[in-house]
Write a protein that binds this ligand. Structure first.
Ligand code: KIV
Ligand code: ZN
Length: 505
């Protein structure tokens, strides 16, 4: 069958509903409202704000979002139960998204209902929503494992009952692009209302299946920022949108320049880190290391960049390491205001590769430090900030407290702080000083590797960010986890300050 195409694809964002169902994620009403504002500015068509029946806090969040005056259509999820739908209606949303399982396995074991009972529940619920003057989107849950005749029957009945949109969920992510496209074509043959797809990522195919759904005639995709959602998540909004724009030649209302900022906000608020090699929003998505690649992109970016980083609010990063080439390192140094001559550049490349061969991550700050020492400037060991003294107390009845004495540019400073544990207290004490004196804050802390035994070596890896958003990483390894943390922090701050000095020169 010939596929039907649609030009504009509606983005139905489910970050605040299915996304919040990510194990370990729980957002306050205030956080949900902040994310909703960001999603609205990003340009999503629909915000699924939550499931009002679940709690008082959830109802508060959905109500606040519904009355925030956003451009997006605000939707709430409800089972085909009066109490769920009433809770959604009370939140003053534009749309109720109601759903019920339709696959044999879920009807029998999750609902203990016969298909005829499921059918009448779906119809009654849709009619109930419509009687209240709201839009209704209906989902036959587990549609992709539902008997096709029954799926056709319930979709047709839902349309007749007044559903404004039909969503076809691949609830357990078992589709492939060809089977998804075919299924949507089948449903398109029996209904006229717009069709949506909701794909889960259990086999890593949520984005591909969503796009195939569009090829089959769907005009809306359910997606979540950073691919959040139940189990392996939903189709990632950023991937769906970029693929629609750049590969499928479709349009959406998304302002792509806001994609990275949105991803960062959602990651920060949910506490779910973005995997480094994640498409579009991962730390490495626009980073190049090998000589061939860095040379290529600095001459003609299209050589190794299918997406312009600026298009999604990002910048290209050239990384030094054992695969690094002379040209990439030269460009990287020049961006920091350093222009080595040919001999110096050769030596910097050699040292960077040596470090890479030893398995070391060569950070931007490492590269600058190498260049400065090769070029006879400030030696690598130069310390702008240094730890003079440190005292930590902790115990069962004592709040962990740390006091630190540091020197910064030769002057002594002292600070004390409490924390949830000794490491937290000492990091906070250092931060108290560096935040006010040097405007540097801790962005990430990881206890990376611990060898066996109580005298084990703890390896701490940190990232600090300066006032201009420049991030440097540093690590330290010691038997004492407090000392490893302090050393990593001091290293990171020194690197950041050295980098800032280099840039200012
Ligand atoms: O995955 C699913 O089936 C759902 C429904 C509620 C649409 O999230
Ligand atoms: Zn889902």
């Amino acid at each position: 069958m010939k596929s039907r195409t649609v030009e504009y694809v509606n983005i139905f964002d489910t970050t605040l509903r299915d996304g919040e169902q990510t194990p370990g994620v729980s957002l306050t009403p205030e956080e949900k409202l902040e994310i909703a504002h960001q999603l609205d500015n990003l340009g999503v068509d629909v915000i699924e704000a939550g499931t009002p029946i679940t709690s008082e806090g959830e109802r508060k969040a959905v109500k606040e979002i519904a009355k925030a005056g956003l451009n997006a259509e605000i939707c709430a999820l409800a089972r085909t139960l009066r109490k769920d739908i009433d809770a959604a209606i009370e939140c003053d949303v534009d749309t109720v998204h109601t759903f019920i399982s339709t696959s044999d396995v879920q009807m029998k074991y999750a609902l203990s209902l016969k298909p005829t009972q499921v059918l009448s529940k779906a119809i009654n619920s849709i009619e109930y929503v419509k009687d209240h003057g709201l839009k209704c989107e209906f989902s036959p849950m587990d549609a992709t494992r539902t008997n096709l005749d029954f799926l056709r029957q319930i979709c047709k009945a839902a349309e007749e009952a007044g559903a404004d949109r039909l969503n076809i969920p691949d609830t357990v992510g078992i589709m492939t692009p060809p089977t998804m496209q075919k299924l949507i074509e089948e449903i398109k043959n029996v209904v006229k209302v717009p069709i949506s797809v909701h794909c889960h990522n259990d086999f890593g195919m949520a984005v591909a299946n969503s796009l195939a759904g569009v090829e089959g005639g769907a005009s809306q995709i359910h997606a979540a920022v950073n691919g959040l959602g139940e189990r392996a998540g939903n189709a990632a909004l950023e991937e769906v949108v970029l693929a629609l724009h750049l590969i499928h030649d479709r349009k959406t209302g998304i302002n792509t320049k806001m994609i990275y900022g949105t991803s960062q906000l959602v990651s920060r608020m949910t506490g779910i880190a973005v995997q480094v090699n994640k498409a579009i929003v991962g730390e490495n998505a626009f980073a190049h290391e090998s000589g061939i690649h860095t040379r290529g992109v600095t001459v003609v970016p299209l050589t190794f960049e299918p997406i312009k980083p600026e298009l999604v609010g990002r910048r290209r990063r050239l990384v030094a390491g054992k695969f690094a080439g002379k040209r990439g390192i030269k460009v990287e140094l020049e961006e920091s205001g350093i222009s080595p001559n040919e001999e110096q550049l050769k030596e910097v490349v050699k040292r960077a590769k040596d470090l890479g061969d030893k398995g070391k991550i060569v950070t931007d700050a490492d590269l600058l430090a190498i260049a400065r020492s090769v070029m006879g400037g400030v030696v690598e060991e130069e310390k702008i900030i240094d730890l003079i003294d440190l005292a930590v107390i902790t115990g069962i009845k004592v709040i962990p407290t740390a006091s630190v004495k540091i020197t910064l540019d030769g002057k002594e400073y002292v600070a004390a702080e409490t924390g949830v544990g000794p490491v937290d207290a000492v990091i906070k004490a250092i931060q108290k000083l560096t935040a006010s004196l040097a405007n540097i804050r801790l962005k990430e802390y990881r206890l990376e590797a611990i060898t066996g035994g109580s005298d084990a070596v703890a390896e701490v890896m940190i990232k600090v960010e300066d006032r201009d958003g420049n991030i440097v990483s540093a690590r330290a390894a010691r038997e004492d986890v407090v000392m490893a943390s302090v050393e990593a922090m001091i290293n990171g701050i020194n690197k950041s300050l050295i980098k800032r000095k280099t840039r200012i020169k």
